[in-house]
Structures are given as C-alpha cells and as structure tokens.
Design a protein around this ligand. Sequence first.
Ligand code: BTN
Length: 239
Amino acid sequence: MKKYHFKEIDSTSTYLKENYLKFDNLTFVSSDFQKNGHGRNNRKWISNSKENLLFSVLIKDKELIKRYSSISLSTAVCVYKMLLEMDIKNIKIKWPNDVFVNDKKIAGILLESVSFGNEIEAIILGIGINVNSLEFENDLLNVPTSIYKETNKKTCISKVKRNMYKKIKKMLLKSKKDDKEYLKIIRQNNYLKDKEVYASINGKKQIIKVIDINEDNSLRIDIDGNINNINSGEITFHL
Ligand code: BTN
C-alpha cells in the first residue's frame, strides 16, 4: 500500500484515473485541497483547504474489480464504523454511497471505472468526509454536516485519515471472501428504508418507496404497487 499526499490537486480521483498505469493496486492519494473535486451525477465536491478529508484509492485487483457494487456499500460501512467510534449517534447509510448523520450528509463516496475496450482495468474509489467545516455550499438535496458540527469538537484530519485507510484496506482484503457483514449493517441503518422519495429511473422521474437492499446490493423499491430491483447506475434521487 503506497500513500501520496498533495497540498493541492485537480481531484485525487482524476489524478489516479489519469495515472493508473503508473501505480499499484491499493495506492492511496489524498489532498488538502481539490480545484475540481467532483461527486455523483457531475456535481461539484467543494471543500476549503485543510478542513476535510479528501482521498481516493486505486483498485486494480481483478477479483476486487468484480465486486464493484459491494465495494461502494462496504466503504460507506467503513465511514459508519469510524463515526461510531467517535461516539456520533444516528448515523445512516443512504444507498448506494452517502453517509448521513441526523438527516444531514457527512460523507460522499464515488466509484469510477477506467476501461480499456470492454474490460474494466481499474476502479477509483473517491471519498470525501466533512471533518472540520462549519459552513458549506448550498445543497438543497442533501443538507451537509461535519464531524465538528455533530460533536462540537475539532478533529485531527490525519487521525481520521489513518483510521479510514486502515479500515478500507482491511475491508478490501476481506471483501474477496464473500463476507456479507456490511449488508447486515446497511440494512440496519438504511436511511431510505420505508421512505417515499422522488427518483429518476432510466430518465423517468417518479415517486418510489424504498423497501430494502437485496443480497446482490441492488435496491428493492415499490413503484405504484410493483416491486422492482434497481442497480445504482440506473437511479438518481431528486428533491
Ligand atoms: C458524492 O457524494 O457525490 C461523492 C463525492 C466524492 C468526493 C470525493 S473527494 C475525493 C475524491 N475526489 C473527487 O474529486 N471526488 C472524490
């Protein structure tokens, strides 16, 4: 496991995407500041310098690449466990990759793939955790919060980083063994469970009711009384 840190970078995920051939499996890249941090659905991920934890992990192991959908959920569980250790209450995971505390978003996870022909060559796992920010850009869909806001204490970003690196490395090595502990944790702390929400499914906006998360990591939803199973790439949530 190699670790790199930048004072400033375009985006830790873009950097790994552009340089994946040069680096080994499980290379971690963090930065104090990102000029072009991005999230899901082309949203920006904005963070003042040295306030929050911003990092990405390069995954090249073919066995791990096959476990794409479970890596997204298991990473959310790593964040969940870290927050629990800090005595934070009411932590929920919003399928497939957000972590909420008291109904506000504290962390976002983004998985991107690098393909060559039809083959996925690498996955870039990007994670942003709001640690010490007190003010945020407006986000109507997900109201943001931070560890500082939830605990009233400033937290050392390097300490959170060391803890997360350890948890993610352990999770990635374990996830090859078909361990389903993460599913149990997600199901018990499923932010969307029994909620009616607006969502676009394959481009069509509708109200759906979330039932549960399936064994294959898809979301079980009710659309007008019909049960459907949806993968993360097929759905976008709205206000
Ligand atoms: C989301 O909630 O939409 C996912 C946000 C992911 C943000 C992280 S910050 C580190 C890495 N670099 C990026 O540009 N994005 C991810």
